[in-house]
Design a protein around this ligand. Structure first.
Ligand code: NAG
Ligand code: NAG
Ligand code: NAG
Ligand code: NAG
Ligand code: NAG
Length: 330
């Protein structure tokens, strides 16, 4: 007779409870309507060999499928071709959809996707083309939207500015045109990340964007213009990475203040004038700093982490001087 030791009690409870509750992550139950939806989705992708989803097995055991209590919660797929079948709407508990590395996958994103409770939507490195559908603004639980590395054209739709929980927006490496919608991230209090790099976006960055509590902001490789010093203000106390390179931003650097967590600041290839503030030497996390190809002048501050940055970070300015550039005269 076994003694009532603590391990024995725990073992008994586990044994007993495995009969009274269904297992959380099941491998042998799979909602039949969701299995059908997945098989239609697979057909839409041209029944590729890598999706060895067969009706003989539980859909919760299929590669790329994650279930909770027999319902499909998350899909993570790559190397697909064809297109996303509207049948995806049959996965009524789907909160995460991640499709990537699928250069043979073409558009469109089916409208039926708005029926899903998605919080995370990433379709990246595919051949999705055409405009970003404005119906994505109906996915009102969305906190992350990543449509990077596709062939998307047209503007950033206003509709996505009304997504109340959207805190990460990644649209880099497309051919998007137009300006940043003014109320993007409006009223959002959580940390925010924005990556719009390498598009064809134009105009001034709206002042209201400055109210967002940014952790990362990448705007590089566009045609943005205007003064962007407001991004460095007091509200940006969590700003860790800012890449504004390869634009037409125009601002006086002399009076900028820098948030202390700043680790990456690339301002190269803009129209930035004034001088580099000595307060830059107080940034203890700074690992990338580049102000080359601007109109800066004056002595490069020394001390702090400034010895990490070589001449390529300062070349092609109006009259910057001192280490690592040639010394200042007189
Ligand atoms: C399906 O492919 C995965 C690897 O992607 C493999 O682990 C699994 O055994 C395969 N299932 C069947 C039924 O062939
Ligand atoms: C996609 O294909 C590449 C190259 O064939 C392979 O390395 C990778 O594991 C595949 N990914 C998935 C999720 O099947
Ligand atoms: C894309 O299609 C081409 C041509 O049909 C094929 O050679 C290639 O393997 C496909 N790539 C992927 C990732 O499916
Ligand atoms: C930049 O700002 C500094 C300090 O506010 C000021 O002294 C300087 O004249 C300004 N530079 C230009 C070119 O406007
Ligand atoms: C700084 O930026 C310039 C221009 O974009 C680039 O050529 C250079 O390699 C960069 N330096 C570093 C260290 O990244």
């Amino acid at each position: 007779m076994s003694k009532l030791t603590l391990p024995n009690i725990i073992f008994t409870i586990i044994l007993f409870c495995s009969f009274c509750f269904p297992p959380l992550v099941s491998s042998d139950n799979c909602h039949s309507a969701e299995k059908k939806a997945l098989l239609k989705l697979k057909a839409g992708f041209g029944n590729p060999e890598i999706l060895n989803w067969t009706s003989a097995t539980s859909c919760c055991s299929w590669p790329g499928v994650t279930c909770l209590s027999g319902r499909v919660l998350s899909l993570g797929l790559a190397n697909l071709s064809g297109s996303i079948s509207p049948a995806i709407a049959g996965l009524s508990f789907l909160t995460r959809l991640n499709i990537e590395e699928s250069p043979n996958l073409t558009g469109p994103i089916p409208n039926s996707i708005t029926k899903l409770p998605l919080t995370y939507l990433a379709i990246k490195s595919t051949s999705l083309s055409g405009p970003i559908p404005s119906f994505l603004g109906d996915l009102n639980k969305l906190s992350l939207l990543d449509l990077s590395n596709n062939h998307l054209t047209g503007p950033i739709p206003d509709s996505i500015t009304s997504l109340p929980d959207l805190s990460t927006l990644v649209l880099s490496n497309n051919k998007l045109t137009g300006t940043i919608p003014p109320s993007l991230f409006h009223g959002l209090t959580s940390r925010t990340s924005l990556d719009l790099s390498d598009n064809l976006l134009t105009g001034n960055v709206p002042l209201s964007i400055g109210d967002a509590n940014f952790e990362y902001i990448y705007l590089s490789g566009n045609r943005f213009s205007g003064d962007i010093s407001f991004l460095f203000g007091d509200q940006s106390k969590h700003l860790t990475e800012i890449d504004l390179s390869r634009n037409m931003f125009e601002m006086n650097m002399s009076s900028l203040t820098f948030p202390s967590p700043l680790a990456l600041m690339d301002l190269s290839q803009n129209i930035i004038y004034g001088s580099i503030p000595t307060s830059i030497t107080g940034l203890e996390q700074l690992t990338l700093f580049n102000v080359s190809y601007n109109r800066l002048c004056g002595r490069i501050p020394t001390g702090g982490r400034m010895n990490l940055f070589d001449a390529s970070c300062y070349v092609h300015n109006k009259c910057l001087c001192g280490t690592p550039l040639p010394s200042c005269h007189a």
